[in-house]
Write a protein that binds this ligand. Structure first.
Ligand SMILES: Nc1nc2c(c(=O)[nH]1)N[C@H]1C(S)=C(S)[C@@H](COP(=O)(O)O)O[C@H]1N2
Ligand SMILES: [Mo]
Length: 321
């Protein structure tokens, strides 16, 4: 994320922006040819980023669900897994080596707050109960880069049936693990850890809302939020919280991680809209990872037929930031 320069510790925007372009194919090839490619990327090419002993690996690939379409071809797996936003492991895009320090098992998810009966469930037990499927979705980061990924997981709607929220619950809050021993970024106390995101109950129950366990027909790599992350393709990427350990139901709108840091730039709704610029840059176009030309950004990231109805009667809300 691009954070406004307001304190000494923050990077100037100029130090961050060029990374959008780093992984475009031509530059990547150039940097490989030039030699000083990051050691980690080389090891990734050796498949190390995906080498894992994940007990769920045998469940893959999941059954394909072709109902949802993406506007462009699938992004290369290497780009998607090595160009990331994951502040727990650093503020650069190249955290995939550092992120491997996170232990992925045992992994428990606590279901709390306004539910019939709070419980904790291990991820592998949860996966046995859920309708596992693969969907191709576009992902649009608020920083104006995008990718298309085959995501594996289960509809959040199915998870809600298991969690049994009370009728009085209005929001679902999801939080990332907190473990500064392995996640160096979490030693920076000026960030409001743990990473927190939230959806309205209608958004959580929307057919598009996916809890993700894998990508490219395999368990998630650490860098992409293993072992469980969210994906809401009509919203800016920061809504798609990674490495979830807590799902809490509440009647109060949560303040998300980026909203807490900089509420004038990153809000609760964060729906994609090319006509609503970010305070510091345009959202009209996006850089597609692995592609040189920018493409126009589309309202709701192209998923309006599934989601626009949820917002019709909401007045006075900043739906697009
Ligand atoms: N816990 C956590 N979740 C996170 C983030 C983060 O820094 N920490 N970054 C978000 C942002 S800004 C984006 S664009 C996506 C990036 O997902 P990707 O790395 O799989 O592309 O993750 C989102 N989820
Ligand atoms: Mo993002």
């Amino acid at each position: 994320m691009l954070i406004k320069l307001k304190r000494g510790w923050e990077k100037p925007e100029s130090a961050v922006t060029p990374e959008h372009l780093f992984w475009n194919r031509r530059r990547l090839i150039k940097s490989i040819a030039a030699g000083p490619i990051i050691a980690g990327a080389a090891s990734f090419l050796g498949k190390e980023a995906f080498a894992n002993t994940d007990p769920s690996a045998t469940l893959y690939p999941f059954k394909k669900n072709d109902k949802y379409k993406a506007p462009r071809p699938i992004t290369s797996e290497m780009l998607a897994a090595t160009y990331n936003n994951y502040y727990e492991f650093g503020s650069s895009k190249r955290i995939f080596e550092a992120a491997k320090a996170l232990p992925l098992r045992p992994w428990e998810i606590k279901v709390a707050g306004m539910v019939e009966k709070p419980f904790t469930i291990g991820l592998d037990d949860l996966m046995k109960k859920m309708p596992l499927e693969e969907r191709i979705y576009a992902h649009r980061c608020v920083e104006a880069w995008s990718m298309v990924v085959p995501w594996s997981g289960f509809a959040m709607k199915a998870f809600l049936e298991l969690a049994k929220p009370l009728a009085s619950a209005k929001y679902v809050v999801m939080k990332t693990f907190q473990n500064p021993k392995v996640a160096a970024g979490q030693r920076a106390s000026w960030f409001p850890w743990p990473y927190t995101e939230g959806l309205t109950m209608a958004e959580a129950a929307n057919e598009l809302t996916l809890l993700v366990t894998g990508v490219y027909g395999k368990p998630l790599p650490h860098s992409m939020g293993a072992p469980l992350r969210l994906h809401t393709p009509w919203k800016y990427g920061f809504k798609s919280v990674k490495a979830i350990v807590l799902v809490e139901f509440t009647d109060k709108r949560p303040t998300s991680f980026w909203e807490e840091l900089q509420g004038n730039e990153y809000g609760f709704w964060a729906n994609v809209n090319p006509d609503m610029p970010h305070p510091r840059w345009s959202q009209a176009t996006e850089t597609v990872l692995g592609q040189d030309e920018k493409v126009p950004t589309v309202i709701w990231n192209g998923y309006g037929e599934f989601v626009a109805h949820m917002y019709k009667d909401l007045k006075g809300e900043k739906l697009f930031m």
